[in-house]
Design a protein around this ligand. Structure first.
Ligand SMILES: Cc1cc2nc3c(=O)[nH]c(=O)nc-3n(C[C@H](O)[C@H](O)[C@H](O)COP(=O)(O)O)c2cc1C
Length: 328
């Protein structure tokens, strides 16, 4: 029997490389109570040639623990190394291990990992089973796309994950060929639910708070996972409508966290903030003016956000940079 899942609610924050590192993740988990956001995932941790070193797994997991669990996602194709990485993750306190079978990046495909495994369900099953065998107390979950070139093998892929012993199957309802296209076919989620008896988490195309429950109602999925819409509205899980000031304050706090924990480069931090702004919808902060915000020079971006956030958001890093007191 697969081990039970630790999630505190049916809505989950998707793993997103370059975004769901601990700074962003911790802010989102703090803004959404565990009854609204049931869990999150690290960015994928890539297993290449050797098991992932413990220090790197610890970095992915981050220093903070929340009421809602953060699963550690692994991506790799070498069964023994992926399984050993899963074992280490459990030893370091990961509440679950998730396996990535969806990444369409060339680097992943070249090493037969990520979405390359959508063409090899037998290896996919072997990887899941090896990880299930390597851990003792925590569940193993798997995230697939609806297929590689097309969706004809969806049921076969879903059953491979189930046979491997996974506790949850997440399906991103786009195929590898469809990459991140706008439309998302939720009928594929219904098919996955019918194909297996383990819980299914539906992912793809959620854009509003109302979509979270609608996806479950229309597909029979037990869980809903949100990717890009959560980058643009970190409160999507609670459905709270924030003000422009709260939205700007969030972005500045994100910048300040990055400065404290990762990099003091204003360039890099402004780049991360702009990555969120590309998707931003919360607080009508930049509705209709995305291009204008994205064109702002780094310091001007921080200044503009500081102006909108108002006096409620003092931060020594932000104010230091803006007034030119900090070394940049
Ligand atoms: C910037 C970015 C990075 C991503 N990185 C990962 C990753 O590390 N692991 C993973 O399984 N999926 C990753 N994905 C895919 C998302 O988890 C999700 O499946 C996809 O965005 C579809 O959901 P959405 O339509 O809600 O955005 C990434 C997506 C984006 C946009």
């Amino acid at each position: 029997m697969p081990l039970p899942l630790p999630f505190t609610a049916p809505n989950l924050l998707a793993p997103m490389e370059g975004v769901t590192e601990p700074c962003f993740r911790d802010l989102v988990l703090r803004e959404n109570a565990a009854q609204a956001l049931g869990g999150a995932f690290t960015e994928f941790a890539r297993v290449i040639q050797v098991p992932i070193p413990r220090w790197m797994l610890s970095e992915h997991l981050g220093p903070e623990r929340h009421a809602a669990p953060v699963g550690l996602q692994l991506m790799g194709a070498e069964v023994a190394h992926v399984a050993e990485s899963a074992r280490r993750a459990e030893e370091l306190g990961a509440p679950l291990v998730d396996l990535n079978f969806g990444c369409p990046a060339k680097g992943a495909i070249k090493t037969c990992a990520g979405s390359a495994l959508l063409d090899d369900p037998a290896r996919m099953e072997e990887l899941v089973a090896a990880c299930v065998g390597a851990v003792t107390r925590i569940p193993v979950t798997a995230k697939i796309r609806a297929g590689g070139a097309d969706d004809t093998r969806l049921e076969e892929l879903a059953r491979a994950v189930e046979r491997g012993g996974a506790s949850l199957l997440t399906v991103h309802c786009r195929t590898r060929a469809e990459a991140y296209r706008d439309t998302a076919d939720w009928e594929r989620l219904r098919r996955a639910v019918r194909a297996v008896s383990i819980p299914v988490c539906g992912n793809g195309g959620v854009s509003t708070h109302a979509d979270l429950a609608r996806l479950r109602a229309e597909t029979g999925c037990a869980f809903t996972m949100v990717g890009r819409a959560a980058l643009g509205d970190p409160w999507i899980f609670t459905g709270r409508r924030v003000t422009a000031a709260e939205a700007a304050d969030f972005l500045l706090r994100y910048g300040a966290e990055l400065a404290r924990r990762r990099t003091t480069s204003v360039r890099a931090i402004a780049g991360r903030i702009k990555q969120l702004l590309r998707h931003w919808t919360a607080g009508d902060l930049c509705t209709g003016a995305h291009a204008e915000w994205l064109a702002l020079e780094d310091l001007e971006l921080l200044r503009r956000l500081r102006g909108v956030a108002g006096p409620s958001a003092p931060d020594p890093w932000v104010d230091g940079v803006i007034s030119g007191l900090a070394r940049v």
